[in-house]
Design a protein around this ligand. Structure first.
Ligand code: TRP
Length: 420
């Protein structure tokens, strides 16, 4: 039970004790009172909050106070494009989509290609950009509203982000980043600075609106250290502290830890083919008994079973059916093979649909992506700038479209992806 675990933005290991994490990080649990308020406001409690997959927050009550006082908030989340998207990434993004719908909220989606380039020794900037493109397809495929969603890469939106980032950087000392992230003298200086880049989008909505706008950041709990710094700096530069809502990690098919790209055989990617998905699921850890006989007599242990976790997190929304499955397993009435088969069918069906939408997303990229080029383009309204417009249009086309063929060989993905 008291196994050691570690949660930092770049490293998650061991069996995470989320209760302890709330204490260590100093966040607040999402309690029944908050859930009741949520239901009053939105009409229902989403599955991921009911099941405590989203389990913790900062200043959510304050955010809802503002909302009830008529102040609309903006959502901000992000992705470190170091590899292909897997189911563990989709989870908070799906929740973010729910939030966008429930609160009719605009969304800023940051792709930290700079972060991943600087963090991963073997990842080139071109590869990070290429994954930015690939991951963006997954984000768009989830159905975000193009009129309300801006996706941007740090490298390509730097003119907009930099002035904000340096306001933050000026107010964060080396000793703070050392204490928060455990950096030392061997850490490259890009990473020491990076938290200011991740802070910037939290203030962008206010800057654009010319007045303070509340921001809610849905994210996996490992990113909290960044936003602790963001929140410390916020009042010093005249903005609201961003509120946040935190999720746990989708376990790997090996049954523990989070789903991680360092173990591709226990991780399901959105681009996996049905055959591969089935194979991964069929070899997942269930903790099942050594023989069918024994399984029938003693029953299974859903508490340690990876397959059950997948039903719990993503693939069985009906609480009644989930509990039936659990009971049946414990009574030895359903065997692991059948349970895996069922899950495989659901995951394949889900991903086949997702992949279709992912393909369609290729034509929608420019409805979502903002960049320094598009910002400049928007400013060019005079007809005599036709030449300039043509030039920018061309650059915009090139931007964000490092195509698969010309960029990376996906076979390298294992080596590329140490951690996620
Ligand atoms: N650093 C995050 C990652 O590695 C990406 C990110 C940027 C992010 N901004 C964010 C995640 C805001 C959540 C919320 O995945």
């Amino acid at each position: 039970m008291n196994e050691e675990f570690k949660v930092t933005p770049w490293d998650v290991t061991g069996k995470v004790d989320y209760k302890k994490l709330i204490e260590d990080f100093g966040t607040e649990p999402i309690d029944d009172e908050l859930l009741a308020r949520w239901e009053r406001l939105t009409g229902s409690i989403p599955m991921m909050m009911q099941r405590k997959i989203f389990f913790s927050h900062r200043d959510l009550k304050w955010l809802l106070d503002r909302y009830e006082a008529g102040e609309k908030f903006v959502l901000y989340t992000g992705r470190g494009p170091s590899g292909h998207t897997h189911l563990g990434h989709l989870m908070p993004w799906m929740f973010t989509k729910y939030l966008q719908d429930a609160f009719d909220a605009p969304l800023y989606f940051q792709m930290t290609d700079d972060e991943k380039f600087m963090f991963k020794q073997d990842l080139s900037l071109k590869e990070a950009k290429s994954f930015t493109y690939e991951n963006t397809l997954d984000i768009i495929a989830l159905g975000f509203d193009p009129k309300k969603t801006k996706i941007f890469s740090d490298v390509e939106y730097i003119k907009t982000l930099y002035p904000i980032a340096i306001e933050v950087a000026k107010r964060v000392t080396f000793s703070t980043t050392k204490a928060v992230f455990g950096f030392d003298n061997s850490t490259n200086i890009g990473l020491i600075y990076f938290t200011s880049m991740q802070s910037a989008p939290a203030f962008l909505p206010s800057i654009e609106a010319g007045k303070n706008i509340p921001v809610l950041i849905p994210h996996a709990i490992d990113q909290d250290p960044h936003f602790r710094i963001t929140r410390d700096v916020a009042p010093k530069i005249g903005y609201y502290k961003p509120a946040s809502i935190h999720c746990t990690f989708l376990p790997s098919l090996a049954g523990s830890d989070k789903m991680s790209a360092s173990k591709p055989e226990t991780t399901i990617y959105t681009v996996d083919e049905p055959k591969v998905i089935r194979k991964k699921i069929m070899s997942a850890f269930t903790g099942g008994r050594v023989s069918i006989q024994e399984q029938k007599e003693k029953g299974g242990e859903p508490g340690v079973c990876a397959i059950f976790q997948y039903y719990y997190y993503l693939f069985e929304h009906d609480p009644q059916k989930l509990s039936e499955r659990e009971q049946k397993c414990m009574r030895g009435e359903i065997m692991c093979g059948e349970c895996k088969q069922d899950l495989a069918d659901r995951v394949v069906k889900f991903l086949e649909k997702h992949q279709e939408k992912r393909e369609q997303a290729r034509d929608k990229i420019h409805d979502f992506v903002v960049s320094d080029y598009s910002a400049a383009y928007d400013k060019l309204k005079r007809p005599q700038d036709k030449k300039e417009v043509a030039k920018l249009k061309k650059t915009m086309k090139q931007y964000y479209s490092v195509k698969e063929g010309e960029s990376i060989h996906i076979k390298n993905i294992k080596e590329l992806d140490e951690n996620r």
